[in-house]
Design a protein around this ligand. Structure first.
Ligand SMILES: Cc1cc2nc3c(=O)[nH]c(=O)nc-3n(C[C@H](O)[C@H](O)[C@H](O)COP(=O)(O)OP(=O)(O)OC[C@H]3O[C@@H](n4cnc5c(N)ncnc54)[C@H](O)[C@@H]3O)c2cc1C
Length: 391
């Protein structure tokens, strides 16, 4: 299969998250057009929230291949790598500045999710993403083509479908019967847009991220590029909270419930919740098994969370999504494979092997962060017992 052959095919990418935009950009760099179908009504339809750390051998490598490294360096925050681990009373147990984090884990500069998405969107032609087109069905039509129907009744025909549509992927059922299941933990939180300068939240978060661990729960706070702080309260529960029902509950009602759930944390640590004034929401966490069985399929594949959603405890989700995009486009544009299906099989076999390890690591990290022993298991794992309080 040649690049010219691929250029003449109809390629549909479902979803304009980091995975879909990365695939589109990497194809574009090789002069291969693709249609990107996105559910959101427009690029500003919903706030993107959160900060992501990109690893040198994954997310950063992908941005380099996309020709976006200098833009990433301009927008990313190396100081965001500073990490503090606390106990449930806010006592600092481990205080890693950005330089020691780099030494321990390699460079993983932070970038706001919104900045990453804007950077990827700006790199594409302005009409590359077809907004407001939620894919409803993807149907094989024989002759190795697919018929995609979207919420606005558009019909898109494609020779190759790349499912980058995250958690509830419409493409995934064509590949496997294994669905993502609730991972036993939920995040509730949002942004504190103007943290009080020198206040406890501001001091504990610093330029990076803080985790306060205790009694199978975590309070997490992450600095954004605009100075705001995203606060998450994470706890375990056997069943996923009813997302719609809980979303409808007011922040005050939820605050009351969380005050009870986190009653073994100090009042100061519990008080951050009341400071949230933007993007309040629930994120029941989902994951797929480390060992996935995928059925035979043709001219269709999955990238990013659609392929391997996992809880965020090792910060690998977006990195793996961007690396998938590189490996898929490498396989498709290499002259090593005689057909699109052969290229897809090569990509999937490497990706599924890589993801087995990543998902297992994430499951282990979740058990450590949400340990009933609080931070003790983390301290054992990090081999560090030095305790230091912020004065
Ligand atoms: C609370 C939380 C914190 C996280 N923190 C980190 C972190 O620090 N580091 C990290 O690496 N990862 C983190 N992650 C994970 C990371 O956000 C995901 O792994 C990453 O966004 C995956 O990208 P994606 O493009 O595959 O999927 P998504 O980001 O989910 O994008 C999917 C896109 O598809 C669109 N879509 C969905 N359905 C359809 C449809 N039917 N038709 C058309 N479009 C559709 C969606 O609107 C969306 O734009 C976190 C996740 C959560 C929940």
């Amino acid at each position: 299969m040649s690049i010219d052959d691929l250029r003449s095919r109809d390629i549909a990418i479902v979803g304009a998250g980091p995975a879909g935009l990365a695939v589109a950009r990497l194809l574009q760099v090789q002069g291969i057009p693709a249609r990107v179908l996105e559910r959101d009504a427009g690029r500003d339809a919903r706030r993107q929230g959160g900060s992501l750390d990109l690893a040198e051998n994954a997310g950063i490598l992908a941005l380099d291949r996309m020709g976006l490294l200098s833009e990433f360096e301009r927008l990313s925050r190396p100081a965001g790598q500073a990490t503090r681990y606390l106990d449930h009373n806010g006592t600092v147990l481990i205080d890693e500045d950005a330089a020691s984090s780099v030494e321990a884990e390699g460079a993983r500069p932070e970038i706001d999710r919104a900045s990453l998405r804007d950077m990827l969107l700006d790199a594409l032609p302005h009409d590359a993403v077809e907004w407001g087109r939620a894919v409803r069905t993807i149907t094989p039509t024989g002759a190795d083509r697919y018929r995609i129907e979207t919420s606005d009744h558009t019909i898109v025909e494609a020779d190759l479908v790349i499912g980058c549509d995250g958690h509830s992927s419409k493409a995934r059922p064509l590949v496997t019967q294994e669905t993502a299941t609730y991972a036993g933990a939920t995040f509730v939180g949002g942004d504190v847009t103007h943290p009080e300068p020198g206040g406890l939240l501001d001091r504990l978060t610093g330029t990076g991220t803080m985790f306060a661990l205790g009694h199978a729960k975590v309070i997490m706070a992450q600095r954004h590029g605009d100075g705001s702080i995203r606060v998450y309260y994470a706890f375990t529960s056997d069943t996923a909270p009813a997302r719609d029902e809980d979303m409808a509950a007011s922040q005050v009602e939820v605050a009351d419930r969380l005050d009870t759930t986190f009653s073994d944390f100090s009042p100061d640590m519990r008080s951050f919740f009341g400071q949230i004034d933007r993007d309040f929401g629930w994120w029941p966490l989902y994951g797929v098994p480390a060992e996935q069985r995928w059925n035979e399929h043709h001219r269709l594949t999955l990238v990013g969370d659609a392929a391997h959603i996992m809880p965020p405890f090792t910060g690998q989700g977006v990195n793996m999504a961007l690396l998938d995009a590189v490996e898929l486009v490498n396989a498709l544009t290499s002259d090593q494979y005689p057909t699109i299906d052969a290229a897809i099989r090569a990509y999937e076999s490497t990706m599924l092997r890589r993801m087995r390890t990543a998902i297992e690591e994430t499951q282990q990290a979740q058990a450590v962060f949400l340990s009933p022993r609080g931070p003790e298991q983390l301290l054992d794992a990090l081999g560090e017992q030095g305790r230091r309080e912020i004065s």
